[in-house]
Ligand binder design. Structure first.
Ligand code: PGA
Length: 248
């Protein structure tokens, strides 16, 4: 299976910066079409930049959102529905990112409701899981991730409808990366757990996220059961984002 190289732009940049970034990614791939041999590409700009960024993308790059509403439509001030994202030509939505779990106290149950909405609209839900530093020190990282998987994966999920992103909270935006061995062990654990939670689980993509950059990507991608990366900081520079793809 090809690696999914997913950029999570978070709450960064102006419209102009978003358009420039999209253009630079498109031209970088056009200059080096070999990147498409091993990789699928996805960018997830902030809501407001989705439509304009989409006009810059080619069919080689999918569009995704960083969140969606747990409701389908109606009086939910400030929300954006999965149907609206589909209407904007999104293919993916990131759900349960640790920043949302932490700052907005999103629970597994809420994430599952959002993922259910996403699947109903034909979006692929990238469901994020991962332990905190304290939980890893306590040796309960697998219990934490198992609970998150069981609680957040919607009914009827399959390799075609969800992607899992393992992002140890302590590695996000900190420059600290899990060791390749930690990543290998956790991804094997997740693959095994998915057997009971999703159809066609052996084909389901499991991404790693947390301070991925061009210099560490090759060893991360070489680990078994790593099927791509969810990239924050390094996805804001086309050169680094494509450098990560190049490493696969
Ligand atoms: P980072 O973020 O690459 O900046 O660590 C990853 C993420 O939050 O998805």
């Amino acid at each position: 299976m090809k690696n999914l190289i997913a950029g999570n732009w978070k709450m960064n940049g102006s419209m102009e910066a978003a358009l420039d970034l999209a253009k630079n990614i498109v031209s970088g791939i056009q200059e080096n079409p070999d990147l498409l041999k091993n990789n699928d590409f996805l960018v997830c700009p902030p809501y407001l930049h989705l439509a304009p960024v989409q006009t810059e993308l080619t069919s080689a790059i999918s569009l995704g959102s960083q969140d969606c509403s747990p409701f389908d439509k109606g009086a939910y001030t400030g929300d954006v529905s999965a149907a609206m994202l589909k209407d904007m030509n999104c293919d993916y939505v990131i759900l349960g990112h640790s920043e949302r779990r932490q700052y907005y106290r999103e629970s597994d149950m809420l994430i599952k409701q959002k993922a259910t909405m996403a699947l109903e609209q034909g979006l692929i839900a990238i469901i994020c899981v991962g332990e905190t530093e304290q939980q890893r020190e306590q040796g309960i990282e697998q219990d934490v991730v198992r609970t998150q998987l069981i609680g957040s994966i919607p009914e009827g999920a399959s390799a075609d409808t969800i992607v899992i992103a393992y992002e140890p909270v302590w590695a996000i935006g900190t420059g600290k990366v899990a060791t390749v061995e930690d990543i290998r062990v956790m991804h094997a654990f997740i693959r095994n757990e998915l057997k009971d939670l999703a159809k066609t689980s052996n084909k389901l993509r499991i991404l790693y996220g947390g301070s991925v950059k061009p210099s560490n990507a090759a060893e991360i991608f070489a680990a078994e059961n790593v099927n791509g990366a969810l990239i924050g900081g390094a996805s804001l520079q086309a050169h680094d984002f494509l450098g990560i793809a190049d490493a696969s």
